[in-house]
Ligand binder design. Structure first.
Ligand SMILES: [Zn+2]
Length: 65
């Protein structure tokens, strides 16, 4: 998998969505108070079918499998 900025091949930083698991401290009805552990595990890392946006110029990247 490789993301490529269509504007410039030297742009190598991208924003995309990942899914992580957090532990929260909650009250008695389950309302959020604070994050107990920031990131216990990464459920799904970056995926090619999600949108990748170039950090440098904001253009949507082309992701090759
Ligand atoms: Zn770019």
């Amino acid at each position: 998998m490789r993301a490529i900025c269509p504007n410039h091949k030297n742009h190598k930083r991208f924003v995309t969505v990942v899914q992580i698991t957090q532990e929260w401290i909650v009250d008695e009805i389950g309302d959020f108070i604070e994050v107990s552990h920031e990131c216990l595990e990464t459920k799904h890392g970056p995926r090619e079918r999600n949108t990748w946006t170039c950090c440098e110029c904001g253009t949507e990247a082309v992701v090759q499998e």
